[in-house]
Design a protein around this ligand. Structure first.
Ligand code: ATP
Ligand code: MG
Length: 504
């Protein structure tokens, strides 16, 4: 027997192939995962990362190949079986029941039964233990919906750690966390790693790979390209491996030629904004940033008629747009790209190309004069340009990977001419290569004379992309930055600014 247990992988994926009808999501992938290591999976949208996770966690069965746990073939026939065998996953979508307490969420589905009755005391003890293991001091009695996104994430980790987890899988866990929350999550991950867990970590953020990872596997088109120690590879090399070509620069250099007209909010208040004044001229790319929960999302929603404007005015090219529904906004040449593609973005029963056209907005609008054939052609062209993978515009949104679903939402604005484009977190979950495409598309919009407003919590994105940016804190605009003023050092302090009075 091998006594160097550290050298035996906890979990091995061996020659795994996974087909979904005509699509090969994984081809002959073999990776070993070791105790005490954070193993990052890095790859383009649709590369097969989530599919690999789904095979490991018993959601999908491999078409070919096997998974071994500590050298023994494992039959991962269901998520429950995978958990029993020590493989636990925290999926990207939050899965807590909001109305239940932390304790109830932790024991849900795994209640200790004693002669048919729930043993409450035992359940609470188990829940408490799980929280401690996840490094949390949360109260067992808080309702899940009252927790911050980061605390919810920790409860999900605690839930995954119940029983005897050997491998913990985190699929893009920081997509909706602030920097502060992310560093708290990293502390938890580091402690679990020190306790000897193997961890798989999926992220599109380059900075995180180096900060938290030990090993990285790069995937492309369902295949494993290489597995490396992170210290042996530069960021540039990683990106080149991932996209199979060099990505020259992420952010285009967009000439700043503001023209007359555009979008203007004057002293707008909504349920989440107070006295917000901001402009995006035609020809400009303007950012709106701030913490999650600062209220910045209401800028987009109020412009598109999805949040009630309680006071103030919104004008386009100097004309007030008044109160109105999204369908009126579209007629006023305003298009909005929501951040929550599952809830507001995509109609799951309609093909990708339909979702990429106005037909998908039929729930909002009843357009009489849309040339649907022309739109379909336009949509297919745009989807191809955005590198939709696989390039099957007739497939349903649910069959695409997360990042590819985001591309479908974004394609909408490019099938028709709009004066005002408002993006809310446009690149969350989108890979580096596709992000460059999206930024180039925004550049084209600005250069053609549209006003582009980008709402984003990703400060490096805002700094790299926009001509001008506003920071929102607690519903107020607390700062405006142009040109050279756009920097992390200048802007970050404003994220935490407490406001009592609006600035004038
Ligand atoms: N249920 C399904 N039916 C059909 N095809 C699917 C299904 N699930 C995944 N696929 C396909 O498998 C491929 C891999 O998708 P996967 O979700 O694993 O990508 P990913 O690497 O996680 O991408 P992302 O970074 O966008 O999350 C994609 O081409 C996707 O369209
Ligand atoms: Mg995925």
């Amino acid at each position: 027997m091998d006594t160097h247990t550290g050298d035996v992988p906890v979990v091995s994926v061996k020659h795994v192939t996974k087909n979904f009808q005509a699509v090969t999501a994984l081809r002959d992938v073999s990776i070993d995962f070791y105790q005490g290591k954070v193993h990052v999976l890095f790859g383009e949208n649709g590369a097969g990362k989530s599919t690999l996770i789904n095979v490991l966690s018993g959601v999908h069965q491999p078409t070919e190949g096997t998974v071994e746990i500590e050298g023994v073939g494992a039959d991962l026939v269901s998520p429950q079986r995978a958990r029993e065998l020590g493989i636990s996953s925290v999926f990207q979508e939050p899965a807590l029941v909001g109305t239940l307490s932390v304790a109830e969420n932790l024991t849900l589905g795994r209640e200790h039964l004693r002669s048919g009755f729930l043993n409450r005391a035992q359940n609470r003890r188990a829940a408490e233990q799980a929280l401690v293991q996840a490094g949390s001091t949360l109260s067992l009695d808080s309702a899940a919906r009252d927790l911050s996104r980061a605390d919810q994430q920790v409860v999900e980790i605690a839930r995954a750690l119940q029983g005897s987890a050997k491998l913990l899988i985190l699929d893009e866990p920081t997509a909706s966390l602030t920097e502060d929350e992310t560093s708290r999550l990293f502390e938890v991950v580091r402690r679990l790693k020190a306790e000897g867990l193997a961890i798989i970590y999926i992220t599109h953020r380059m900075g995180e790979i180096r900060e938290i990872g030990d090993t990285v596997s790069v995937m492309r088109d369902g295949a494993l390209i290489d597995t490396m120690e992170i210290q042996d590879v530069t960021d540039e090399e990683l990106v080149t491996l991932m996209v199979g070509r060099k990505v020259e620069s992420l952010f285009p250099d967009i000439p700043h030629n503001p023209r007359e007209g555009g979008l203007e909010l004057r002293r707008v208040s909504t349920s989440q904004l107070i006295d917000v004044t901001l402009t995006a001229r035609r020809g400009e790319v303007v950012g709106v940033t701030g913490l999650v929960g600062s209220g910045k999302g209401d800028v987009g929603r109020s412009v598109f008629g999805l949040a009630e404007v309680l006071a103030g005015s919104i004008t386009v090219d100097g004309e007030e747009i008044g109160a109105g529904s999204p369908e009126q906004r579209i007629q006023q040449e305003i298009i909005y790209y929501p951040s929550d593609r599952k809830r507001d973005g995509l109609i799951q029963t309609m093909a990708a190309f339909q979702n990429a056209t106005l037909s998908a907005l039929d729930s909002w609008t009843k357009f009489g004069f849309v040339n649907r054939k022309a739109e379909r052609a336009a949509a297919e062209k745009v989807l191809q340009k955005m590198h939709l993978r696989p390039n099957h515009p007739e497939s349903l949104p649910g069959t695409f990977s997360g990042g590819n679903q985001q591309k479908i939402v974004l394609a909408r604005g490019f099938t028709r001419d709009y004066a005002i484009h408002v993006f809310d977190e446009p690149t969350a979950g989108v890979d580096v290569g596709a992000r460059a495409e999206i930024y180039n598309a925004m550049q084209a919009l600005a250069e053609s004379g549209a006003a582009v407003l980008v709402i984003s919590s990703d400060l490096p994105e805002v700094i790299g992309l926009v001509h001008r940016a506003y920071v929102i804190s607690q519903g107020y605009v607390v700062g405006e930055f142009t040109g050279d003023e756009l920097s992390q050092d200048n802007m970050l302090p404003y994220f935490f600014q407490e406001m009592k009075e609006p600035i004038s």
